[in-house]
Design a protein around this ligand. Structure first.
Ligand SMILES: [Zn+2]
Length: 417
């Protein structure tokens, strides 16, 4: 293969957790596939000098919302969150459903340059309008048979089931919807991904109906190996940190059962909660940026119809911003990379397809700037943390094609005084 590669990424710091690689190496690409990763991978038609940069497997965002134009401004443009942000694979969490999956494939997946997959909504209405209309998410809004049928017809894209275990739903319907979601998961042989933390408002007088600390035990009891709990760092009641401010005892039971943890950053990232969870020894498996139209304001006033009840403010983050935050919290770089690559492939049961740069695999590669300096990071509650290391997407290769990281939503970090 020497000398006849199409693209050579030369002199970068390669981290590929699945192959145990962490050091200087070249990455060669031919015919859209990785042809070599080695100290000297020869020459190519196009050589790109990536000295001083990180070269990692194409990043996989396990929690995206990219069902754009369908049901309000919740869904972002797939390529803006994807290849234009250095991310090669997106997993839409619960946007498409049994009623809308064909549209998702036709209007989102097929035109996207990014590899777009989905965890199918357990509810027939899916994630329309960001789950705004609570009453659509009752047990009457779940059709186990129809959803299993749609999953079966779309195995190439459908990689799991999405549902919400949260206090507003529990106050109305208890565990019924969760049980139906698990039935879809069991019948289809796909993992169940559970959102923790409040989503729907409480019904009138509902505060007395549900003790938030009783939600996780019931959900964990239902879940099995390979299922996923999301939003461990949320400040909302019913999350990993109980009402006493400690790690909920059931989290360890969940980990012992082989249940995985996805950060699901979004509006659910608190440094304070993250420290409590990490200090208790719980390290999430995957990252999941959870960007959507209500927490990521696209800076084009004409493209969004702003309504007061929809937007939570000018929160700006990204996959690499979330990786930077996890490093600021003390998680080693190689582990943070695994949370955005190899661990995601495991969650999707796609090891050998994506999440690594093994020769022969599709040439999905993310190249990141590894900047040193002093920057301020801010979470949803306003806490500020100063970091001295900042990961910034530079470009990516998706199936061997180069895309520069020029998305207008990429955050600009603020220099610390
Ligand atoms: Zn989400």
């Amino acid at each position: 293969m020497r000398g006849d590669a199409d693209i050579l990424l030369k002199g970068g710091h390669v981290i590929d957790p699945a192959q145990g690689i962490d050091g200087l190496a070249d990455v060669a690409v031919k015919d859209g596939k990785i042809s070599a990763v080695s100290a000297d991978a020869g020459s190519a038609k196009e050589t790109i000098d990536v000295t001083g940069k990180l070269v990692i497997p194409g990043m996989i965002d396990t929690h995206a919302h990219v069902f754009q134009h369908i049901g309000g401004p919740f869904g972002l443009n797939a390529d803006m969150v994807g290849v234009q942000s250095g991310v090669t694979t997106l997993v839409d969490q619960g946007g498409p459903s049994s009623m809308t999956f064909a549209g998702f494939r036709h209007y989102i997946v097929e035109p996207a340059k990014t590899n777009v997959l989905a965890f199918v909504s357990a509810y027939v209405v899916g994630g329309l309008e960001g789950h705004y209309y609570t009453e659509l998410y009752s047990p009457d809004g779940v059709d186990v048979r129809a959803t299993c049928k749609v999953i079966d017809a779309n195995r190439d894209l459908a990689k799991g089931i999405k549902a919400h275990a949260e206090i507003g739903g529990f106050a109305r319907w208890g565990m019924t919807v969760m049980e139906m979601a698990k039935e879809i998961s069991r019948n289809s042989g796909l993992p169940l991904y559970i959102h923790l933390g409040q989503l729907w408002p409480m019904p009138e007088g509902g505060e007395d109906l549900v003790d938030p600390d009783t939600i996780i035990p019931q959900v964990v009891d239902l879940m099995t190996e390979g299922d996923v709990l999301a939003h461990p760092f949320t400040r909302h009641p019913g999350g990993f940190v109980d009402t006493q401010g400690n790690l909920h005892a059931m989290v360890r039971v969940a980990l012992d059962k082989g249940i995985k943890v996805d950060v699901g950053h979004g509006s659910h990232f608190s440094f304070d909660m993250a420290r409590k969870v990490l200090d208790a020894g719980v390290i999430p498996n995957t990252l999941g940026a959870d960007m959507h139209g209500y927490n990521t304001k696209v800076p084009d006033p004409d493209s969004i119809k702003e309504e007061d009840h929809l937007f939570t403010g000018e929160v700006k983050f990204s996959m690499t911003y979330a990786m930077t935050e996890l490093m600021a919290l003390g998680i080693p770089l190689v582990d943070v990379v695994a949370m955005a690559t190899s661990n995601c492939a495991m969650m999707l049961d796609m090891v050998g397809e994506i999440g690594s740069m093994r020769p022969g695999m599709v040439a999905d590669v993310s190249v990141l700037g590894d900047e040193r300096g002093k920057w301020v990071l801010r979470d949803n509650s306003g806490e500020q943390v100063v970091t001295d290391r900042y990961l910034r997407p530079d470009f990516c290769l998706r199936a061997g094609v180069r895309y520069d990281a020029d998305a207008i939503i990429l955050p600009q970090l603020e220099a610390a005084a």
